[in-house]
Write a protein that binds this ligand. Structure first.
Ligand SMILES: Nc1ncnc2c1ncn2[C@@H]1O[C@H](COP(=O)(O)OP(=O)(O)OP(=O)(O)O)[C@@H](O)[C@H]1O
Length: 259
């Protein structure tokens, strides 16, 4: 089966004991679209992400990538299928240099593990591409540092640079600027804005910060008690009674958080 959606979840449900953390969520995403997933704490946003990237398997429902049913695939098989999720620092190789980390991501994409048989020209090209990703992430100055030596904000940027090097079709970010200083956050948001310019990519972003939602969202999906309660263009969704109810008194100020 094939469809025009890069990603689709159909009646996706997971129950923990009697509690449905994600409850019958059906939604579909196209390339060239950045969707922000919002909802109060405990709404099921991260759990829905886990169901899409394969960390959790659903009690019921399906996940489709480009029309292919990937519900039974492992997280690594889903990554190979083009679902790229930024995990907070767990993907880094702390003892390797910043450049080496990105170089390995480029090589992983090419399906080429380190090999003494690789031709020098190929290695140069990989290194050059890795250096370009570092430039985009504004990390060139620390290219030779071990990843472990970077400040937290730079490690998060490195992880996004590695994700970009993998060139997934679907990018998933769960509160990418959480725990970052006001100085550090814009670099990550710029990287996401850059990804969004590529109309072949689908971007999903769980985000609480209203200014980020306003700056980046083409579309907003609202989860509440595990259910999808609203889905549409940002201006329309933010004025819906149910969303105003969820965020009562919140959101008038750009600095405020949605939840
Ligand atoms: N492994 C688990 N076992 C039991 N309950 C779980 C598990 N994972 C999530 N839950 C529950 O599922 C619900 C949804 O949690 P989830 O973390 O997805 O919410 P969220 O919208 O991401 O919230 P937040 O904004 O606080 O991160 C919560 O009630 C949570 O306690």
């Amino acid at each position: 089966m094939s469809d025009s959606f890069s990603l689709r979840t159909e009646d996706l449900t997971i129950r923990f004991g009697g509690h449905a953390a994600v409850d019958g969520v059906s939604c579909a995403f196209r390339p060239g679209e950045l969707t922000v997933i919002v909802g109060p704490n405990g709404a099921g946003k991260t759990t829905w992400f886990n169901l899409v990237s394969g960390q959790l398997h659903p009690t019921a429902g399906r996940v489709y990538k480009d029309g292919r049913d990937i519900t039974a695939l492992s997280p690594s098989a889903r990554a190979k299928a083009g679902i790229g999720r930024a995990f907070q620092l767990t993907n880094l190789f702390p003892q390797l240099s910043v450049l080496e980390n990105v170089r390995l991501a480029v090589q992983a994409r090419q399906g080429a593990g380190p090999s003494i048989f690789r031709r020098a020209a190929g290695l140069d090209a990989i290194r050059e591409e890795a250096a370009q990703h570092l430039t985009s992430a504004r990390l060139s100055a620390v290219a030779d540092y071990p990843a472990a030596a970077l400040p937290h904000g730079d490690q998060r940027k490195l992880e996004v640079a590695m994700l970009i090097a993998m060139q997934p079709d679907i990018y998933m970010f769960d509160e990418p600027t959480a725990g970052m200083s006001v100085d550090e956050a814009p670099a990550i948001l710029d990287l996401i804005a850059e990804i969004k310019k590529d109309t072949t990519k689908t971007v999903l972003l769980v985000e609480h910060k209203m200014d980020v939602v306003r700056a980046l969202a083409d579309r907003i999906v609202v989860l509440h008690n595990g259910e999808l309660v609203a889905d549409g263009a940002p201006d329309a969704v933010m004025t819906l009674p149910i969303v105003r109810e969820i965020y009562l008194g919140v959101g008038a100020d750009d600095e405020e958080e949605v939840a």
